[in-house]
Design a protein around this ligand. Sequence first.
Ligand code: PLP
Length: 380
Amino acid sequence: MKSIYLDHAASTPVHPEVAEEMMRVMTGQYGNASSVHAFGRAAKRTVSGARDRIAKFLGCLPDEIVFTAGGTESDNLALFGAASMRRSKGNHIITSSIEHHAVLHACEELEKEGFRVTYLPVDHTGRVRPEDLEAALSEDTILISIMYANNEVGTIQPIEEIGRIARSRDILFHVDAVQALGALPINCHELPVDMMSFSAHKINGPQGVGALYVRKGLVIAPRLHGGLQEKKRRAGTENMAGIAGFGKAVEIASRQMEQRREHDLRLRQALISTLEQKIGRDAFVINGHQEECLPHIVNISFPQTDTETLLMNLDMEGIAAASGSACTSGSLELSHVLEAMQLPQNVLRSAIRFSFGLGNTTEDMEYTAQKIETILRRLT
Ligand code: PLP
């Protein structure tokens, strides 16, 4: 039986060059980057090398990169770190209703600490309307957190416009760019943003490593207390092998970005056009924005069935897709993103996220569409 992995938005396979780099570091370097002896200095050089590479790719200064244990920690560090520093100026935070749980649950915690949070609605394509943001602003708004691109439907947000609004009011702006990294060109200094979250395992890097861009001059309160690592913004001995792997993954992503985009667009087209041929255009609905979207994520509903049945049947055929975010796919609860987009119930309850990557081929997509046809025929 074939085995086709179409869940790259949840996690990607580690690139062989990344694994090689990590193995080199893990087996050859065991000093602590904080130690002053030669072993420590070698470790420090490894961490700084990766930091330099990542900063160059993101168009920022190396010191503006804080290494973390992933996108979740980066989001939490940004929200709690900025909110507590700005508390004396106000207690209002604005985010959107389609953020990742790393932002939404952090905001719920901040509410318990006395902050007021506005969760902006989105239109039916999953986009935040800048006019809704303007309307939500108040004198005590201190922080806005809106994702670059959504992990369930791939819709890209009007980040520049939102950032300009934030800047004009001197409000901090955090962007969760976990899904955008490697898929869209990102230049932190050219964008009107103050903080941006990234994660290595979405770009063929290791799981459990991430970064937060923190604009020079912005002081955020640390979440972890201990040593002075990461310029006092994140205590703890650095995950040296993971960071080295992240650096390598970024290097690969930067040289393959254009090629990856074309590849993903070809796959997207192959999946949609084969579905059209096999089951007809009326038998499925594509969720999310059709132009302003990440090429590697396509969210499709098949209203004659339901998500769980289709996912299970695809799994039995060796095809791994998802119901939405990885956190909710275990329990298959309704997607908060699709609910916020106010999709009809039959669309909401039959959505599948296909997300592809470098290892997939157009044949994989045609095969998947054929299997969907077989499954739907069997079920109806
Ligand atoms: N933000 C977004 C948009 C994501 O898609 C994810 C992971 O799926 C995260 C944050 C969390 O990142 P991590 O898995 O590295 O903690």
